[in-house]
Design a protein around this ligand. Structure first.
Ligand SMILES: C[S@@+](CC[C@H](N)C(=O)[O-])C[C@H]1O[C@@H](n2cnc3c(N)ncnc32)[C@H](O)[C@@H]1O
Length: 177
């Protein structure tokens, strides 16, 4: 893990409780917005990238694996929901077989990343996504450069929808073969 990523992880690992309640209410609006637009996958699992305090599983109640690199956030999530499937890993190196998930979400997880890093992440997401599967990414507007938008619009997945969502931009991508 490189130094900037290690420092980011250190930040997230400090005081998981600070995610509540300010952060939770801020994110809640984004989750509501997303869940109004997509239904649960017909079959198969959902992967929540950078699951934080596991709000996606909490709001959706869909069969979701939460993945995060911050162990304290996973421990906090486990204390709130002992049955939650949680994985400690770096989302740039997903510990899953190809074509494992029908839906992958990443809400406000692309922070401080270069377009090249985002391109690498999109490739990894595509690898573990089933054909015809969907990806929902939200990215803070303040993080979005033209180059980053370009990578998302023309990257390895097909852009289906894009619009503002609270203080993020919402991207719905699909895996067409
Ligand atoms: C702003 S929080 C959002 C959390 C959650 N998605 C939500 O909306 O409540 C960003 C999350 O991404 C995680 N994260 C950032 N980079 C990561 C990486 N490379 N691998 C795994 N998790 C990462 C952080 O630990 C943190 O939990």
């Amino acid at each position: 893990m490189n130094e900037p990523k290690r420092l980011l992880r250190l930040c997230y690992n400090r005081n998981p409780e600070r995610f509540e309640p300010t952060f939770k209410s801020q994110q809640e609006a984004k989750y509501r917005f997303i869940l109004e637009r997509i239904g649960p996958p017909d079959s198969g699992l959902v992967l929540d990238l950078g699951s934080g305090i596991n709000l996606f599983r909490h709001y959706s109640n869909w069969p979701t694996i939460g993945l995060d690199f911050a162990d304290n956030l996973l421990l906090f999530s486990r204390s709130q929901d002992p049955d939650a499937p949680l994985v400690l890993a770096d989302m740039d190196h997903l510990p899953f077989k190809d074509r494992s998930f029908s839906l992958i979400v990443g809400v406000t997880v692309i922070i401080d990343r270069t377009p090249i890093e985002v391109l690498g992440l999109l490739g990894e997401i595509r690898r573990v996504l089933k054909p015809a599967g969907s990806v929902i990414l939200t990215i803070l507007e303040k993080e979005l450069t033209e180059e980053l938008c370009d990578v998302i619009r023309r990257g390895p997945l097909n852009l289906s929808e894009e619009f503002p969502c609270e203080n993020d931009r919402y991207f719905h991508l699909i895996h067409l073969e």
